[in-house]
Write a protein that binds this ligand. Structure first.
Ligand code: HEC
Ligand code: HEC
Ligand code: HEC
Ligand code: HEC
Ligand code: HEC
Length: 204
């Protein structure tokens, strides 16, 4: 992305071949104006950038449209929601304390066991592998999942692309490698299991 953009910009500015000012300042109107006003003392007004950088502007617009088109399938995939089967089957009392013995258990959402243990009562095999992901290991399943239904697949709280970034804002040790994956749009869970794994970093 960055590289193509740089190359486009360089190619364009060379094509215009206006020499020093252009190669130093490119097509960004503000930096160009700043440079012009400092190189040419008293340079009066900013010429309309669309006029001088027509091709550049068109390319940026085309790229934005293409990005939008690429984003569309991801959005419609997110719309495919999910429903937890015990919730769908109205087995509320599997998770909630029954109300006065009635079938309407869960009116207040009181749980049969602690939040940290609840999910393991059924999902016993989730953490059988030796390397375990922090939030899953401590039973904080609700950091990533909703208990009843979700607008996203796998009862996730948000779409997969945004999920990991919610917590992992720290710089990666293998930063260059990860930047490259991100540039290519490879999602984290293509390589990392979200729960646990047989090797460090739960690599698949
Ligand atoms: C798989 C376990 C599970 C099942 C099945 C389940 N719930 Fe829940 N429910 C939860 C959890 C977990 C919470 C969140 C509790 C918390 O945040 O501490 C919750 C929260 C609630 C709440 C509190 C308000 C809210 O939505 O956060 C209500 C009310 C509720 N559930 C009703 C129901 C009803 C009615 C059913 C059956 C149709 C049901 N639940 C089935 C696990 C379950
Ligand atoms: C009473 C048993 C029970 C409890 C408790 C329970 N689950 Fe489930 N869960 C199920 C069953 C049954 C399925 C469907 C299993 C399957 O399709 O293999 C399921 C499926 C799931 C799925 C996959 C959904 C999908 O659409 O692919 C997720 C995610 C999940 N559970 C998370 C949780 C979380 C988080 C908790 C704790 C809040 C929890 N479960 C507690 C029984 C339970
Ligand atoms: C860091 C976020 C995260 C946490 C914490 C987390 N999960 Fe998940 N879980 C995911 C993602 C992402 C998927 C979807 C995986 C896929 O599509 O391959 C998933 C899928 C699942 C599934 C569907 C079957 C499978 O194994 O892929 C179940 C069941 C499940 N999770 C249960 C749990 C339970 C129980 C906990 C708590 C012990 C938990 N999860 C904690 C992110 C998380
Ligand atoms: C709710 C917050 C949260 C979310 C969401 C989350 N993580 Fe984590 N993650 C943690 C915590 C806490 C640790 C443990 C930190 C540590 O050990 O330094 C961790 C550790 C890790 C590690 C191991 C790091 C190490 O140095 O051993 C990897 C890999 C990882 N997470 C990947 C992911 C991926 C991939 C996702 C998305 C599926 C994700 N995480 C989502 C909180 C989160
Ligand atoms: C193409 C595979 C791949 C993808 C995609 C990927 N990772 Fe990694 N990740 C790795 C590998 C391989 C390592 C081990 C690097 C090492 O040994 O230094 C790693 C290491 C990590 C670590 C621990 C060490 C570090 O560099 O900080 C964390 C945390 C992590 N990844 C999180 C993520 C998150 C979050 C995403 C999504 C934004 C992601 N990874 C996407 C392959 C991947």
């Amino acid at each position: 992305m960055e590289n193509t953009h740089m190359r486009l910009r360089r190619a364009l500015c060379c094509a215009l071949s206006a020499g020093l000012i252009w190669s130093v300042t490119g097509c960004d109107p503000l930096t160009r104006h700043k440079a012009l006003t400092s190189i040419l003392d008293g340079y009066p007004t900013l010429p309309p950038v669309e006029e001088l950088c027509k091709e550049h502007v068109e390319r940026v617009k085309a790229a934005a449209l293409k990005d939008q088109a690429n984003a569309a399938p991801a959005l419609s995939a997110a719309v495919r929601g999910s429903e937890h089967s015990p919730y769908k089957e109205k087995r509320c009392n599997d998770c909630h304390k029954a109300d006065k013995g009635g079938a309407s258990g869960g009116e207040e959402g009181l749980l049969v066991t602690s939040r940290e243990n609840l999910c393991f009562t059924c999902h016993k095999d989730l953490l059988t592998k030796p390397f375990q992901h922090g939030p899953a290991a401590v039973g904080d399943c609700l950091a990533c999942h909703l208990p009843h239904t979700s607008a996203y697949p796998s009862l996730l709280t948000t779409n997969k692309a945004a999920l990991c970034a919610k917590c992992h804002t720290e710089r990666r040790k293998a930063a260059r490698m990860h930047d490259l994956f991100a540039e290519k749009g490879i999602a984290c869970d293509n390589c990392h299991d979200p729960h646990a794994g047989d090797s460090a970093y739960f690599l698949k």
